[in-house]
Write a protein that binds this ligand. Sequence first.
Ligand SMILES: [Zn+2]
Ligand SMILES: [Zn+2]
Ligand SMILES: [Zn+2]
Length: 504
Amino acid sequence: MSTFHGHGEDAPLHVPGLDSPQVQAGLASRLADGSFAAFEQTAASVGYCSNPIRLVGSSTTVDTKTGEVVGSFSSEDAPLGALYRRCGNRRDHVCPSCSRLYARDTFELIRAGVQGGKQVPTDVADNPLVFLTLTAPSFGHVHGARVHGGPCRPRRRDDRTRCVHGRPMWCHARHETTDDEVGAPLCSECYRYDAHVIWQWWSPELWRRLTIEVRRALASRLGVAESRLADVASVQYAKVAEYQARGVIHFHALIRLDGPASAGVGSPAPASLDGNDLAQLLRDAVARVAYTAPAARNNDDTTYRLTFGRQVDARTVRAGSRTDAPDGPLTPGQVAGYLAKYATKDATAAAGTDRRSTPHLRRIKDVCRDLHAHARDRETYCRATNPDHVDPYRLLGKWAHALGFRGHFSTKSRRYSITLGALRRARVRWQAIAAESRRTGDPIDTADLEARLLAADDEETTLVVGEWAYAGTGWETPGDAALANAAAARAREYDQWKADHKSA
Ligand SMILES: [Zn+2]
Ligand SMILES: [Zn+2]
Ligand SMILES: [Zn+2]
């Protein structure tokens, strides 16, 4: 295996902004006052987070059984005189480091729900599992990058129609996924922006209705009353929302059929249903889901009957047969990887590039704010028709930055797998155990280490009592920030290099 070229003296760290006087001054003062090593240690401890949170204060760790003080920590003893914590932001353009950690945790918890591990029994691997993609309907023709670089919307010469605004309804360009046109409508006047925003606003409601519909269908299929379904089977899922180039979200979900939820995560599923049956049941259920949303403008008499898009992809996942054929079976690792990747994308990355703002995406945000601005009128109207009725769109403006999507980007049912919180707690516990071992020189006790790390909070035997005050966010100088970001970028390159060499 070749070595990573990003290390060593012939590959100096690329520090963006090194020509800025503030960055230079910051770095020079770290070198002059001898605090560079302290900074380096601190930056490494937060994984080169872009915007760490600084805290000052102290804490004491107490054994809850004996009341004995087993350790204490004060920020005065920390290398830079403050306790630095990761910002924990999910979005890649806000903090690449924390975003990668979030993706890794999401990957771990999704994979544990697919094949077991992390205290989830490996029996989950025997249960039917489907990878479901739910699309949004069309709100008008948009430009798109085609697979194999084909033309956008080709039409024969005798089949070229224009819209009522005189714009061509064809396009022979071969777009790259990063082109500004991709996702933008062929005619912005024809594009149904209100319907787009209204659909996005209610998409969490469509998902909720789907979960009800699936339980209903499953009960009927298993021949039990809906109220008794929990005694026989349960549906567990992990789902993420992903923005498409046209600024609308799709849902991707892993759906697993378990036995009774009371029998624990991954209890044996009823034998009468396999993965293919579950996939068919899901397709049928998706087709039945609909919600009639109220109009968002007083003078709008459109009936907004919302459904998922017609393109429903429900694939049975089988373990151990890796293939890259588009219709072939998926491996648990592949699906966990897809979901984790989608979970860190956000609205500004909708078209595949970061911090992108196209006229189309701006227009969607404007429509969110515009519909929100009608809220006062609507409120009066809503109260007149029904005294308890509160305007359902009153918070739409608040969600304009997310293009009107108010749901969570990544959610899971309670008994799908472990939680992100448990993984984060395990990391903190691991750091404490490792630090203690370094301090005492004793080797780490590996007996049921994973069980101890992932134990629930109420099983903890120590209690940390502390008093902390918020001292600020971010690195102290632009020089520190530039170095942290450069180191995070190098770490990312290294991970990518490792991944490339593993798959090669
Ligand atoms: Zn961060
Ligand atoms: Zn086009
Ligand atoms: Zn038009």
